[in-house]
Write a protein that binds this ligand. Structure first.
Ligand SMILES: Cc1ncc(COP(=O)(O)O)c(C=O)c1O
Length: 418
């Protein structure tokens, strides 16, 4: 049954309000809620709340549901696996689904040389472990990230994450040997050449190139505002990594699994990275993340230096295999590319109509409009829109795909991307 918006009560409805009031009493305050309705059921692109109201889910579980809520193939695969066994710890008693998923992902990834994979739970673990692989391989300590980058909320990934509020302020000290340089931004600057020059300068003025283990980069910055890395910039990063023996880590936690019109966003660039981090849509909402990378790097850490009790859960991995089937059989990448074109054309028409639409950018269905106070010709001088404008617009202008919108969290005064 195709469901669509259907409102039966005021929003939030009485049952949602009651549960949220209970939540206030027992759940820690930092876990504040974006959407004040409590979900009962999710199907495809819709969710139905405990009061029977059905909404289009523009959040997509924060980029985790590229194949939609509760896809029957995914549900069946997860249920079947759960009925067999749910946990052993792969390094204690191994299981086939782990190996099969590694084979499938490596087969679909842009590595030209032999590659290997390792699985974890959250995106932040994938990033932390990618850095462990890189450090073990190079024997070097330093890591370079980018302004606007988001890589997670545990210590090392949080140290790499750029934004102070709401993520870092008051939570230091952070991990040492993490350096940050500007990310190119066609709309606000710097240009690809300027950003590359800044990175080269940093290797002289901030951290010696021969001490850098990894450069960690999102091909499209997610939390940073769907800022697409220009080809020339990623080419330059690849060249610098090659020149200095630095491991190029491409963080595809948010850009992965079809959202940009390819399985991995890095495929748009024709670049072979050294390591790729994956999570979010890999298992349609079940907690699973991974690092895929060149075999010599993945094999570098010592025995048992990588692992964890729950890493690579078999139920989540069975779901991930089903996700890969769905992506192939239902042409999810092609559909994301098509939807992206449709949405982009609409967004461009908004830009022509309204001066508050400063920029339209993104890749495939991962698209955003940037709202500004005024568009005065010199785009880099435009100031971001006020909270009120953006808040009002977020209700009217959010784009029609679950995982490709970027909405203003009105109560919290911050951008968030989905
Ligand atoms: C690019 C990127 N890397 C890493 C993470 C961290 O993932 P997780 O929240 O699963 O730890 C995120 C989360 O939004 C992300 O967007």
């Amino acid at each position: 049954m195709t469901r669509t918006i259907e409102l039966k009560t005021a929003i939030p409805g009485p049952r949602s309000r009651e549960i949220l009031a209970r939540k206030e009493r027992v759940v820690a305050d930092p876990l504040s809620v974006f959407l004040p309705v409590v979900i009962e059921e999710g199907r495809g692109a819709t969710l139905t709340d405990v009061d029977g109201n059905t909404f289009i889910d523009f959040t997509g579980g924060v980029g985790c549901l590229n194949v939609g809520h509760s896809h029957p193939r995914v549900v069946e695969a997860a249920q079947e696996q759960l009925a067999k066994f749910s946990h052993t710890d792969f390094t204690i008693v191994p299981y086939e689904v782990y190996v099969t998923l590694a084979e499938r992902l490596i087969g679909a990834s842009p590595f030209r040389s032999p590659a290997k994979a390792a699985f974890f739970n959250a995106g932040t673990e994938a990033v932390e472990n990618a850095i462990k692989f890189a450090r073990a391989y190079t024997g070097r300590p330093a890591v370079i990230g980018f302004e606007g980058g988001f890589h997670g909320r545990t210590l090392l990934s949080l140290s790499l994450t750029s934004k102070t509020h709401p993520y870092k302020a008051g939570l230091g000290p952070f991990a040492p040997e993490v350096y940050r340089v500007p990310f190119p931004n066609d709309y606000r600057g710097p240009s690809a050449d300027e950003a590359l020059a800044a990175l080269e300068r940093a290797l002289i003025t901030q951290v010696a190139a021969e001490t850098v283990a990894a450069i960690v980069i999102e091909p499209v910055q997610g939390e940073g505002g769907f800022v697409v890395a220009p080809q020339a910039f990623l080419d330059g990063v690849r060249r610098l990594c090659d020149e200095h023996g630095i491991v190029m880590v491409v963080d595809e936690v948010q850009t992965g699994f079809g959202r940009t019109g390819k399985l991995f966003a890095i495929e748009h660039y024709g670049i072979e990275p050294d390591l790729i981090t994956v999570a979010k849509s890999i298992a349609a909402g079940l907690p699973l993340s991974g690092v895929i990378g060149k075999a010599e790097i993945m094999d570098a850490p010592g025995d048992s230096a990588i692992g964890g009790t729950y890493v690579g859960n078999p139920v989540a991995q069975a779901a991930a295999l089903a996700v890969l089937d769905v992506i192939e059989e239902e042409g999810v990448c092609e559909r994301a590319a098509q939807l992206g074109e449709t949405i982009r054309a609409r967004m461009e028409s908004w830009r022509e109509r309204w001066p508050q639409v400063g920029d339209v950018r993104g890749l495939g269905a991962m698209l955003v409009i940037e709202l500004v106070k005024e568009r005065n010709g010199a785009s880099c001088c435009s100031s971001p829109a006020s909270t009120r404008t953006a808040s009002a617009c977020s209700h009217r202008w959010s784009s029609p795909t679950p995982s490709s919108t970027r909405l203003w969290r009105s109560g919290k005064r911050r951008w968030t991307s989905y």
